[in-house]
Design a protein around this ligand. Structure first.
Ligand code: CA
Length: 245
């Protein structure tokens, strides 16, 4: 590989690491292309799956930030995909927007019961879909794709790798930083140790659940250095959450 190519690959990796990843699950090729074109312009990295089974495999491999899921799909339909994703702890909270055809009123309601965050009826305008995506992302992961996030008196700056509480800079180790970065995207939500391990350490790394307790302990200590209250809540036998502020 020439050094120029290496540089290009590195840039591509760098930029894709910063962009939210949306998986489009749709069997109509022209619609995939339309979604790709429009969502890439919104700053998303887009991958696509043509049927439900392929979608589940891709999600297992790499978790998207949001799934745009068509209802009528070969192999497994959208409802079944949604149901399976909701039944697994790793994907229980994964944002899902379902695309449905207009005549499917009854099914639409069932779709919401299976756990989709929102639904958009075909044919839809891109402006509408983009607005729905933004709303879901804001509701579910308010901190995603923003350089600076503030929850209560804690703020995190991703570009500068800086954490500030009550105007005082807090120094965190890399793992504590990633933990806080994850928790601050979902204030108030409780995560099990396993969910935190998957999100912060990665699902292919073997780390004991107790390791999470150790790093949460360090994070707490660092955040309360100035005598402030502990912003992290321990939920007995469930896990941890960051207070919403
Ligand atoms: Ca379809």
């Amino acid at each position: 590989m020439s050094s120029q190519t290496t540089e290009l690959v590195r840039n591509a990796q760098r930029s894709s690491a910063n962009r939210p990843y949306a998986l489009v699950v749709e069997d109509e090729a022209p619609l995939i292309e339309l979604l790709r074109y429009n969502l890439e312009a919104e700053g998303y990295e887009i991958l696509s799956a043509r049927d439900g089974e392929e979608a589940l495999l891709m999600i297992e491999e790499r978790q998207p930030d949001i799934v745009i899921l068509d209802w009528m799909l070969p192999n497994l339909n959208g409802i079944e995909v949604c149901r399976r994703l909701r039944s697994r702890s790793a994907t229980r909270n994964l944002p899902i927007i379902m695309l449905t055809a207009k005549t499917e009123e009854v099914d639409r309601i069932r779709g919401l019961d299976t756990g989709a965050d929102d639904y958009v009826m075909k044919p839809f305008s891109m402006t509408e879909l983009k607005a729905r995506i933004r709303a879901v992302m804001r509701r579910i992961r308010p901190g995603l794709a923003e350089d600076r996030v503030q929850v209560g008196d804690i703020s995190i700056d991703r570009t500068q790798h800086r954490v500030v509480r009550n105007d005082v800079e807090i120094h965190l180790g890399p793992t504590e930083f990633r933990l806080l970065d994850y928790l601050i995207q979902h204030p108030g939500r409780v995560f099990s140790r396993e969910q935190l391990l998957d999100a912060v350490w990665g699902s292919d790394v073997y780390v004991e659940a107790r390791t999470v307790d150790v790093h949460i302990g360090r994070l707490r200590k660092a955040l309360a250095r100035g005598g402030e209250t502990d912003p992290i809540r321990t939920v007995r036998s469930a896990g941890y959450s960051l207070n919403a502020g």
